[in-house]
Design a protein around this ligand. Structure first.
Ligand code: CA
Length: 372
């Protein structure tokens, strides 16, 4: 259906709704919801949607991104799209977000695609790849290099539409209670590290543990894990990780620019008028940019505080450790292509763009930063 026909159909639907349901109370939000949480609101149809997230409620950075997304949509739509945000565990658990939105328990989700690696092996490539693309490069690939179209194709069988909705920038390698001076120190290291990074660590001799952010502090404090990565100084400080680990390592080889996602239940999406669909797309794009902007400043401010006020010891991972991890990452990434034909296409598109953009960034971003 063309956009014009959709718009005409939406107007006709609203008109018919007014005609057929004159007694519906505009203020009655407790009346049975219509299709996917829509309620008739006098002359205007109001969509009351739920958004579930993988993040602790109101966690600075990651947790506030979906709140801002919801706030901007409420404002842009003049209340016609009213989204209630649930933190991890409030409606569903962090790792149940994908299924909850796929099944329509919530219309929207916010998280990161690498959490669904067990369900869709190639999904992790849309979030971040060890030694892969930075935030700027991911945005180029996703929005102008065909990446988003592939991502939507991958999620289609699950009745989900993904959009990029945030990026952390290059993360930190994480918090350790023992020094990493050589490859030997990785052997048996039990570390919280999700996605492809976890698989890479395992190949280098460590043990990867996946757990939501809300559980990381206690796991590190009680010695269930020896080390953890989370995000960067801003979010790590919010979790208090500096109080339970001594060494803060860089660079974040495993997450060089993690894209966070908004996932939309496809049926719910189809029930939206085209103007609200356009607002959702624009709000996701805005929060995608906004989160990176916020992290860029807040990470720098927070690192300064961690170093000056909390005696955190900043360390760089040794070159031979990084080289071994990079070698293992190449194996893990190559194997993704073997899953099926679609995984092969995602892998090929990602790696071709990584190579292409990297070459250009050698003489632009990288050369400039080195020269500065
Ligand atoms: Ca991380």
């Amino acid at each position: 259906m063309s956009a014009l026909k959709k718009a005409v159909a939406a107007v006709a639907f609203v008109f018919l709704s007014v005609l057929l349901l004159p007694a519906c109370s505009p203020a009655d939000s407790s009346s049975p919801a219509g299709v996917q949480g829509a309620t008739d609101h006098g002359k205007t149809q109001v969509f009351r949607w739920k958004l579930v997230t993988t993040w602790p409620k109101n966690l600075p950075g990651l947790g506030l991104a979906p709140e801002r997304f919801a706030d901007s949509l409420r404002a842009m739509s003049d209340g016609r799209l009213d989204i209630k945000v649930y933190g991890a565990g409030e409606l569903v658990g962090a790792f149940e977000v994908f299924d909850a939105v796929s099944q329509g328990t919530a219309q929207l989700g916010h998280g990161a695609s690498y959490y669904w690696r067990g369900k869709i092996p190639v999904a992790a490539m849309f979030s971040t790849v060890p030694f892969g693309m930075t935030a700027q490069e991911m945005n180029g690939w996703l929005h102008y290099g065909g990446g988003l179209e592939l991502w939507q194709e991958v999620y289609r069988p699950f009745g989900l539409i993904p959009l990029a909705a945030g990026n952390t920038g290059v993360q930190m390698a994480g918090w350790f209670n023992k020094e990493i001076n050589s490859l030997e120190d990785l052997q048996g290291l039990k570390m919280r590290i999700p996605g492809l990074g976890g698989e890479v660590l395992e190949r280098a001799g460590g043990t990867a543990v996946s757990m939501p952010g809300g559980e990381v502090f206690t796991a590190l404090q009680t010695g269930v894990i020896d080390a953890t990565e989370w995000v960067g100084p801003y979010n790590d400080r919010a979790l208090g990780l500096h109080t339970v680990a001594r060494y803060y390592y860089y660079p974040g080889w495993h997450e060089p620019g993690a894209t966070t996602e908004v996932i939309i239940n496809a049926e719910a999406w189809q029930s939206l008028p085209t103007d609200l669909q356009a607002m959702v797309t624009a709000a996701a794009r805005a929060v995608n940019d906004d989160l990176l902007s916020e992290f860029t400043i807040r990470n720098a401010q927070s690192l300064k505080i961690l170093l000056e006020e909390h005696d955190v010891e900043l360390r760089r991972l040794p070159d031979d450790v990084l080289a071994r991890l990079q070698e293992a990452a190449a194996e893990v990434v190559a194997e993704i292509a073997e899953d099926d034909e679609l995984a092969q296409r995602v892998h090929d598109s990602y790696t071709e763009h990584l190579e292409l953009i990297s070459r250009y960034h050698e003489i632009t971003e990288k050369a400039y930063i080195n020269a500065r």
